[in-house]
Design a protein around this ligand. Structure first.
Ligand SMILES: NC(=O)c1ccc[n+]([C@@H]2O[C@H](COP(=O)([O-])OP(=O)(O)OC[C@H]3O[C@@H](n4cnc5c(N)ncnc54)[C@H](O)[C@@H]3O)[C@@H](O)[C@H]2O)c1
Length: 389
């Protein structure tokens, strides 16, 4: 009787143990570097494997969505210092098939960890988005900015060189131009950045340019203007940490004012030499921006460097932005008119003809109200951002 009862129990245990072993092997096989057999660890003909640094962040997550939609293989690396694991989970849910997307939790400020990641994966290209990216914060914590932006770019570049990764698409910014005398800004406008953020990005550009003179690497440097909007299908949004609100960008402030998180919008400076007295900026929709990245990736050539402004070419005043924000959100937004903020320049807008002529790219989402309405939709359905970090 005893033996008869123990037998099925024993068989059951063996079956469970076998199932667990099989599961472990399957899980391990999915993880990078499993005996070199992960699909992420070997190059595959017809598949371009892109390392997206900062892919848990606002622009990086949108770029990953586009790359995966276009059948690229993507590895996201992020230390989640600012991005959202929730965004990565959305992408994982959308592309659950093996070999499409993996997430690596690593700090690019740790050269050993970066080296390990490159040694265990076969990347064809890197889109280097990861950075701290607030002008105001950079003046308060300059060393953090030089380290996070310039030093980490050097680390990524060294690893790319060591592991023969052939293409780099670098996220730069119009802040590298500083306060140019003439508008619009072309790629040959002298770069005289005036804050640590712009300077750190300019230094990174210089490192990349010097390196590329003696390398076969294909390099594209994209200098973005002011990025707004979110995925038109509402799958992703912009969800900066609440503690970064004080440094925040104008679109975040607009949504915070519309939702009542802050009492209203503060317009700083109404006596600039512009048509309505407020500052003029060039707002580029994130969907257009990631399209520029995919086009840059497609046209990147060994031993060549392409430098492009990514903007609409249309300057919009802060006053216009506020009106668009009111219409997009349907909210009554209190606007406080204040004196100028030191360091703000009157007008910044791009001349995007080079990227149009050479990469066949033009901004399509140029209606401010529409871009803000799309982003507002996501904000309303995600009052706590992604909810997960
Ligand atoms: N948002 C804009 O208007 C704008 C304009 C011009 C240029 N840019 C550039 O675009 C890039 C992306 O900006 P964003 O607005 O998506 O910012 P974001 O803060 O939303 O995303 C940046 C991501 O990088 C990650 N990161 C930061 N330091 C890291 C590190 N040491 N190791 C690993 N991951 C790290 C963060 O966790 C975050 O997920 C940045 O390089 C920024 O300078 C942004």
């Amino acid at each position: 009787m005893d033996i008869a009862r123990r037998k099925p129990n024993f068989v059951g245990k063996v079956a469970v143990a076998a199932a667990l072993t099989v599961m472990c092997i399957l899980v391990l096989k999915q993880s990078p570097g499993f005996g070199g057999t992960s699909v992420f660890s070997r190059h595959e003909t017809g598949v371009t494997h892109v390392l997206v640094t900062g892919g848990a962040g606002y622009i990086g997550s949108h770029a990953t969505l586009r790359l995966l939609t276009d059948n690229y293989r993507v590895t996201i690396v992020d230390n989640l210092s600012r991005g959202n694991m929730g965004a990565v989970r959305v992408l994982q849910r959308l592309f659950p098939e093996p070999g499409r997307l993996q997430f690596i939790y690593t700090d690019l400020g740790d050269p050993k960890a970066v080296n390990k990641m490159f040694s265990e994966n076969a990347f064809d290209a890197v889109m280097h988005f990861a950075a701290v990216a607030y002008v105001g914060e950079s003046t308060q914590e300059p060393l953090r900015y030089y380290h996070n932006i310039t030093s980490n770019t050097l680390t990524v570049l060294e690893a790319m060189a060591a592991y023969n990764v052939k293409t780099l698409i670098y996220s730069s910014t119009c802040a590298t131009y500083g306060e140019p005398d003439t508008m619009p800004i072309t790629e040959t406008t002298p770069q005289n950045p005036i804050n640590p953020y712009g300077k750190a990005k300019k230094m990174s550009e210089d490192i990349i340019l010097d390196f590329s003179k003696k390398s076969d690497m294909a390099v594209m440097i994209l200098r973005y203007f002011n990025v707004i909007g979110s995925d038109p299908e509402g799958r992703l949004g912009e969800a900066p940490r609440p503690e970064l609100r004080e440094h925040g960008r104008i679109s975040g402030a607009c949504f915070d004012a519309a939702s009542g998180t802050i009492p209203g919008l503060k317009v700083r400076g109404t006596d600039y030499p512009t048509a309505d007295g407020t500052c003029i900026r060039d707002y580029i929709d994130v969907t257009d921006l990631v399209d520029a990245h995919v086009k840059a990736l497609g046209k990147a050539e060994p031993k060549k460097v392409g430098i492009y402004n990514v903007g609409t070419g249309q300057g919009r005043s802060v006053h216009e932005f506020v009106e668009a924000c009111k219409m997009a959100t349907g909210a009554t937004i209190k606007v406080e008119l204040l004196s100028r903020r030191p360091g703000d320049y009157a007008e910044v807008y791009s001349d995007p003809s080079k990227i149009r002529d050479e990469l066949n790219w033009t901004a399509r989402h140029t209606d401010l109200r529409e871009s803000l309405a799309t982003a507002w939709k996501w904000q309303k359905t995600h009052p706590g951002g992604y909810g997960l970090t």
